[in-house]
Design a protein around this ligand. Structure first.
Ligand code: NAP
Length: 358
């Protein structure tokens, strides 16, 4: 028995198109293993939207985009139709949100997510913006509406950081988190260490579809800070915003000379996010007591690490994280992924888990 799941996709860029590809390439696996069939009933990009309750051919839409077309001029597409209007009207069970991060307002993703939850749709995010702006509001709204809100794709692509932190570190006291969460800046530092140029390495990240639409988010540390905020809220149960991450320093002032000098002393520089317990951490009994309290000091900045440090081994395109726990040891994880496919695959994982939970 195959269960059709109607999905609407906002954002048809690197990640959105990779998701369309997965809808085709993994259709048999979804049917055989999970009894699922994904039906695309709506899609939007910056040009407009297309909506069809009978289903839109994902491959035809992906090919149309690859040829320079857009959602607004695809078949019965509506040029200029706002993504939120699509979400307000589309016949869909799930919203898949993969539009660019907007640090200032979280839009249009934030209102798309609010609208979807208000209509009883589950939400799967690749876009960090809505969570960074309104984590508490969105999780409370989703819980009140009885719908799923999943975002494992927002932190380190396919590395299941959120899932492990929320589910598998059960009963742990997490003393600290440290990680390298941005493959673009990590690959730039690696390229500079090999003698390559900063500009070349950034261009390669853009060609590979890994850099943010606005790459200053990557190299100035904000993408890493966004992920740390999501980890703080979702795993550390600390209601944090970007204003709580101090400092946020990127890699733009690091020079090839500094990297060479560090290497001569057995050190490597990495852009490291940290959440460290503050010494005056209050004794807390539950999430309801956390509001306004800061249990972890959050920061993002370059760190010079000895070459035998685990995070120093997170090289090039890799991302990694270390959870220091009281009863499950030091958990060290890393992923080597290139391109947007693993992030789209993480969205698919969220869809499977969300539907499987029903
Ligand atoms: N790329 C990765 O490896 C990766 C990894 C983890 C998370 N993410 C997150 O996933 C999201 C998408 O990343 P991406 O690399 O796919 O970005 P992208 O290639 O820049 O694509 C963004 C898509 O969103 C569309 N868009 C822009 N403004 C819009 C608006 N106002 N309304 C509706 N659609 C709009 C764009 O439309 P047009 O096609 O018309 O330009 C494009 O289709 C981002 O939030 C990013 O942070 C990406």
């Amino acid at each position: 028995m195959i269960h059709p799941v109607r999905v609407a996709l906002v954002g048809l860029g690197n990640v959105g198109r990779a998701f369309l590809d997965l809808m085709i390439s993994k259709a048999d696996v979804l049917a055989d293993r999970y009894g699922l069939s994904l039906v695309l009933t709506g899609a939007a990009d910056s040009s407009g939207a297309v909506m069809d309750a009978a289903g839109i051919d994902p491959m035809a839409l992906a090919s149309h985009k690859a040829r320079g077309g857009n959602a607004g001029n695809f078949l019965i597409g509506v040029p200029g139709m706002h993504a939120c209007k699509l979400v307000a009207q589309v016949e869909a069970d799930l919203l898949l949100e993969a539009s660019p991060v907007n640090l200032q307002t979280g839009q249009p993703g934030l209102d798309c997510v609010r609208t979807a939850i208000g209509r009883g749709m589950g939400v799967v995010l690749a876009n960090k913006g809505p969570l960074v702006h309104a984590f508490g509001e969105l999780t409370a709204a989703a819980a009140a509406a009885g719908v799923g809100l999943a975002y494992s794709a927002t932190v380190c692509g396919a590395l299941p950081v959120v899932n492990i932190g929320q589910r598998d570190l059960g009963a742990c006291d997490i003393r600290s988190v440290a990680g390298i969460f941005n493959a673009t800046s990590n690959s730039i530092l690696a390229a500079m260490a090999r003698g390559g140029s900063y500009e070349q390495a950034l261009r390669q990240a853009q060609l590979d579809g890994v850099a943010e639409a606005d790459p200053s988010l990557d190299v100035e540390g904000w993408d890493t800070a966004n992920k740390l905020v999501i980890i703080a809220n979702s795993i550390l149960r600390q209601p944090a915003t970007l204003a709580d991450v101090q400092p946020v320093v990127g890699i733009t002032s690091i020079t090839a000379e500094q990297i060479r000098a560090g290497a001569a002393q057995g050190q490597v520089v990495k852009l490291v996010a940290r959440a460290e317990r503050t010494e005056d951490a209050p004794d807390l009994t539950g999430p309801e007591d956390l509001s306004g309290l800061s249990r972890y000091r959050l920061s993002v900045q370059p760190a010079w690490l000895p070459t035998d440090d685990f995070l120093a081994s997170v090289s090039g395109w890799e991302m990694g994280i270390v959870f220091d726990t009281d009863i499950m040891g030091l958990q060290q994880l890393k992923v080597d992924e290139r391109g947007p496919l693993p992030t789209a695959a993480a969205m698919l994982r969220d869809v499977i888990n969300m539907i499987g939970d029903k």
